[in-house]
Design a protein around this ligand. Structure first.
Ligand SMILES: [Zn+2]
Length: 330
């Protein structure tokens, strides 16, 4: 009798495990398919240059983007992927910063750090070349003391520090899913507190993760006093990963040395690179070449605050978190 019960329970348990296993496989396969589709789409978009992106049909984007697209098209998205032509950039120039105010200014910007050794090797070359630049840090990374030490060195050596959110969510999705803005407050205000605590300053310059932001968030952040910074030279270091060593230099050469005849060189630049895509090996050599090339072409290397013509407006004095207004449609 006892054996019968044991066998019966064992049998029921095996059936239960089988069912759980099948359900989780279905869920996993679906989410993997969505991720793969999104990845393929983003790769396609980013492998084309901006002028070619114009040719993508809106409907095609809609069908490819799955869940991502529902939020994108519900709110007015202002994204580097969708701003396909430099003339279109002008339409957003009152909200977002894509280039410097003055001709011949060139702002080098570094995202997603601090990354201790990488950050330190960037600082080494910037010091050798006497260059000031801007680092858009993730506040979450400052909670690690080794990274915080690197971040403080950035500040002490005269570079500008900007915020790149707490932990890099796509704000266009986050806010659509959470209209009461708790997540937006977390990404902005909690980051401010961490920056102030770990480095001693609260950055006024903000770069949205992935460069994606909605008009509502942009208006809200601008009203709170932030400068929302994008870029007009994407080095695509994040895209090329293992080949970054060659392609980061190629990105600068293509833009400054051998520009496409149809592709007019801009008169000022904000260039984008990522600390996580960099290897320490060769950083000094590559950026030594890049910095020389930028100067050779007649550009002055500046911080983001200098780039917008407000050199002393880098950080907030203090922030009144309670009395912040949100500009969102229901
Ligand atoms: Zn980023």
């Amino acid at each position: 009798m006892r054996l019968y019960y044991i066998l019966k329970n064992l049998f029921s348990f095996s059936i239960f495990i089988l069912i759980v296993n099948s359900i989780s496989k279905i869920i996993l396969t679906n989410s993997l398919q969505t991720k793969t589709k999104l990845k393929t789409f983003l790769e396609k978009i980013n492998s084309e240059n901006y002028l070619k992106i114009k040719k993508f049909k809106l409907e095609k984007k809609k069908s490819n983007l799955n869940k991502f697209s529902r939020y994108k098209y519900k709110s007015k998205i202002l994204s580097h992927s969708y701003v396909d032509d430099w003339t279109n950039y002008q339409a957003f120039s009152n909200l977002l910063i894509f280039q410097c105010k003055y001709k011949n200014d060139f702002a080098l910007t570094w995202d997603d750090g601090p990354h201790d050794n990488v950050t330190n090797s960037i600082l080494d070359i910037l010091k050798i070349k006497n260059v000031t630049s801007t680092f858009f840090f993730l506040a979450e990374r400052l909670e690690n003391e080794t990274q915080a030490i690197a971040a403080r060195r950035v500040y002490q050596e005269g570079h500008q520090i900007g915020s790149h959110s707490y932990n890099h969510p796509n704000l266009t999705i986050t806010v659509s899913e959470n209209k009461n803005c708790t997540e937006l407050k977390h990404q902005i205000f909690d980051s401010d507190r961490i920056f102030r605590d770990k480095i001693g300053v609260s950055p006024k310059f903000f770069r949205p993760p992935f460069g994606d932001i909605t008009q509502e968030i942009a208006i809200t952040l601008k009203n709170w006093g932030y400068y929302i910074v994008l870029w007009n030279l994407d080095t695509k270091d994040w895209y090329w990963e293992g080949l970054e060593k060659l392609n980061i230099v190629k990105s600068y050469n293509d833009e400054l040395k051998n520009p496409d005849p149809d592709y007019k060189m801009k008169d000022s630049y904000i260039s984008l690179q990522h600390e996580h895509s960099m290897s320490i090996e060769g950083t000094i050599e590559r950026y030594s070449y890049i910095i020389d090339l930028i100067r050779e072409k007649g550009f002055n290397l500046v911080s983001m605050a200098e780039c917008v013509g407000r050199p002393d407006d880098k950080y907030f004095e203090e922030i009144d978190y309670e009395n912040k207004q949100f500009f969102f449609d229901d």
